[in-house]
Design a protein around this ligand. Sequence first.
Ligand code: CDP
Length: 210
Amino acid sequence: MIIAIDGPAAAGKGTIAQRLATHYGLAYLDTGLLYRAVGWEMTKRGFDLDDAEAAGQVASSLDVESLADPVLRGHRAGERASRVAVHPQVRNALLKFQRDFASRPEGAVLDGRDIGTTICPNADIKIFVTATAEVRARRRTDELNAKGRTVAYPRILDEIRARDARDAGRVAAPLKPAVDAHLLDTTDKDIETAFRAAVDIIERAKPERE
Ligand code: CDP
């Protein structure tokens, strides 16, 4: 079973995807990490994030070991990721790795922006996780403050909106629900409720597939 989870920043897709993977005993790939690693490496090597050719080369030579670096989970890495994610050269270079991951015999859970539309258009289940920008910004602010970073909600809200616009407005694999995706709005749901709702969607869809 291939489960594709897409959605904007801080909608809860990472946590839902991870919990689904544990629940169904499947491997899990956070595809955002790939773009984060490319953005981070670009800056480390002194390249401009808008340099599509250089970004494509960095993406093609990405070292999978580097994905474990905790710095990639940070806020700055997310911003850099969304800058390099606009380049088709980067997206193409990362395509094979993601498809190979999804093609393991037992299946996999992948989360990102374009899993249901581009990476795994034949996924068994597609869930598009959303929440209002205000709620997502509140969650991200609380998450960062809990990590000891002092950030202001209005700034995070601006950044979330800018990232949504960049991710949805780009030409290459923009953020949008696949036509056959199930929508899961987590605005009024805590993580447990959102996870249960995702399991319900999958269980309800099972008879249709069998
Ligand atoms: O957790 P959060 O949504 O903030 O970040 P992420 O999922 O790690 O994604 C970071 C950025 O990478 C996004 O804003 C997208 O621009 C890009 N991305 C993408 O274009 N395609 C993917 N499949 C995953 C991430």
